[in-house]
Ligand binder design. Structure first.
Ligand SMILES: Nc1ncnc2c1ncn2[C@@H]1O[C@H](COP(=O)(O)OP(=O)(O)O)[C@@H](O)[C@H]1O
Ligand SMILES: O=P(O)(O)O[C@H]1O[C@H](CO)[C@@H](O[C@H]2O[C@H](CO)[C@@H](O)[C@H](O)[C@H]2O)[C@H](O)[C@H]1O
Length: 483
């Protein structure tokens, strides 16, 4: 049985029909706020090597600048592939013989993709590239990751990780660029880049990174899983013999140190400087523009508009004054889920920046404290998640909220202490900058949650309520504050 060649009108029409209801069920689809099903105005299909089922790379456009990627298996869906991976059955006279399904769920197709990356000689619309001198081991068992994430990662044993990007960014990939810089700095707290797949500039006018193959970092887990678990024990006051109810602060301190080391390496490799007046203006203007677009998008933010604008004005003053903080390339979306606890300490991952931002925004230079603020937000998320998942028994709700605030404050302080000890700028000395970046991040989170995980929207909204209510000095920055 052969599969109809890619690019065929029948193939594209099938996908145009079958994909919208399936897309809206995917965790990575960022259009969940819309009432109607998405309309696919463009569908590009490229065959990735022969075989049955066959493997195709599919890029779909759902509106101006909104591109998503799928890897689609075409043929009979193999046993063992979960039913939710099934996109549907072809409807045309030729394609009606086949199932379309999510190929990342099929270990055999992922093994085939790994072989293609190892050969890395792909020409045409989808280009395959390999880091010079790097040998990719084959024959590894593929398994799609169940991590809470915006893209889809496929693990090849405990050796390699392939991240299949979902919401695509047209232009140079910040992740490839930053991983390259950290590699030149001898792999400071980062994983080795092995290979990547990209759409040639012929398709969307500029190259688009589609997937990134990296070294697998063996670890005890990521910061998110570890922090939520420990926060739950702390908040519910249920220390376990194997996990004394420590408030995670030793780990947070190490994480602060790792973050400062990554910042130093990025500054050394990609430069750092005092911002020009134009850059400082641009930085504030972009924060205000983000706020305005978020206000238009998420009505729940509107009651906070004036206070949020005032916080961004404070940022303007802080970044324009003489001796302001230097700017540099930063991680751009740092949170607890972006850190893996390896035996030797914390390793940072996922340098692509915030999904949904333009490449220019992601590549903009910022004070490194932007990443610090972003991680500080994450301790709040972890405590909120721990409260949501905690047992109904134990301390009263009020007591749990107090304990949660205590846990957050301790970990914020520990993270900042580790960051400063490793020569990062002291967050305590720049409260207006940290608060403005925290507010900016919380506003971004409100948009992200409204689009991707509507049930989580109250978490950033509560933070915005708190940030806009409290004065700058005192507990706002690293203290407990209100839960
Ligand atoms: N190099 C790596 N080694 C081991 N696990 C990894 C590696 N990179 C990512 N992971 C795992 O995959 C998850 C998602 O990766 P990430 O790059 O954060 O994806 P996303 O951008 O979709 O959030 C991480 O939380 C981690 O559990
Ligand atoms: O998928 P990415 O890691 O690139 O980042 C996006 O998704 C994150 C959630 O998966 C989101 O992070 C927010 O939720 C986290 C808990 O799931 C929390 O630790 C973060 O502090 C919070 O910002 C991230 O903002 C988004 O860009």
């Amino acid at each position: 049985m052969s599969v109809r060649p890619p690019g065929g009108a029948e193939f594209r029409e099938d996908l145009r029909l079958l994909l919208p209801p399936w897309l809206v069920r995917q965790r990575w689809f960022a259009g969940k706020q819309q009432q109607a099903l998405p309309t696919l105005d463009q569908v590009h299909v490229t065959a990735l090597g022969p075989g049955h089922p066959a493997l195709f790379q599919v890029t779909v456009g759902c509106g101006p600048g909104e591109w998503y990627q799928l890897l689609v298996g075409v043929g009979d869906m193999p046993p063992g592939v979960p039913t939710e991976a099934r996109i549907g059955r072809g409807a045309g006279p030729l394609t009606g013989e086949f199932d379309y399904y999510e190929a990342t769920a099929d270990p055999e197709l992922m093994g085939r993709l790994l072989e293609l990356l190892a050969g890395a000689d792909g020409q045409g619309p989808v280009e395959l590239r390999r880091t010079p001198g790097c040998v990719i081991p084959l024959g590894l068992t593929a398994e799609v990751s169940r991590a809470e994430q915006s893209n889809t990662s496929v693990m090849f044993g405990r050796t390699l990780v392939l991240k299949v990007l979902r919401r695509l960014v047209v232009g140079d990939s910040p992740e490839l660029e930053l991983l390259g810089a950290l590699h030149r700095a001898e792999g400071v707290r980062s994983a080795d880049l092995m290979a990547w797949m990209q759409l040639s500039s012929d398709v969307l006018g500029a190259p688009v990174t589609l997937a990134i193959l990296q070294e697998f970092i063996p670890s005890r887990g990521d910061g998110w899983g570890m922090a939520v678990e420990q926060a739950r024990d702390w908040i519910t006051a249920t220390p376990r013999p194997d996990r004394p109810g420590l408030p995670f602060t030793t780990e947070s301190r190490g994480l602060g140190r790792a973050t400062a080391e990554v910042h130093a390496a990025l500054a050394a490799q990609l430069s750092t400087r005092t911002p020009t007046a134009a850059e400082a203006d641009d930085l504030v203007a972009s924060a205000v523009a983000r706020l305005e677009s978020a206000l238009a998008d998420v009505p729940q933010l509107r009651p906070y508009e004036q206070r949020l604008r005032a916080i961004q004005r404070d940022l303007g003053e802080a970044v324009r004054h003489p001796g302001a903080l230097p700017v540099q390339r930063v991680h751009g979306d740092l949170h607890l889920g972006q850190a893996l606890r390896a035996e030797s300490g914390w390793v940072l991952i996922d340098f692509e920046g915030e999904p949904g931002r333009t490449p220019e925004e992601r590549r903009r230079l910022h004070p490194a404290l932007r990443d610090v603020a972003s991680m500080l937000r994450s301790f709040d998320y972890a405590a909120q998640q721990a409260m949501a998942a905690g047992p109904a028994t134990g301390p009263s709700r009020e007591a749990q909220e107090r304990r949660a605030a205590d846990w957050v404050g301790r970990n914020r302080r520990a993270f900042c202490a580790g960051y400063t000890a490793a020569r990062g700028a002291d967050p305590e000395r720049h409260p207006a900058v940290v608060r403005a970046f925290e507010a900016d991040k919380a506003v971004y989170e409100a948009v992200y949650e409204a689009h991707n995980r509507p049930a989580w929207l109250p978490i950033p909204l509560r933070a915005i309520d708190r940030l806009t209510a409290s004065p700058l000095a005192g507990p706002t920055l690293t203290g407990a504050g209100r839960p």
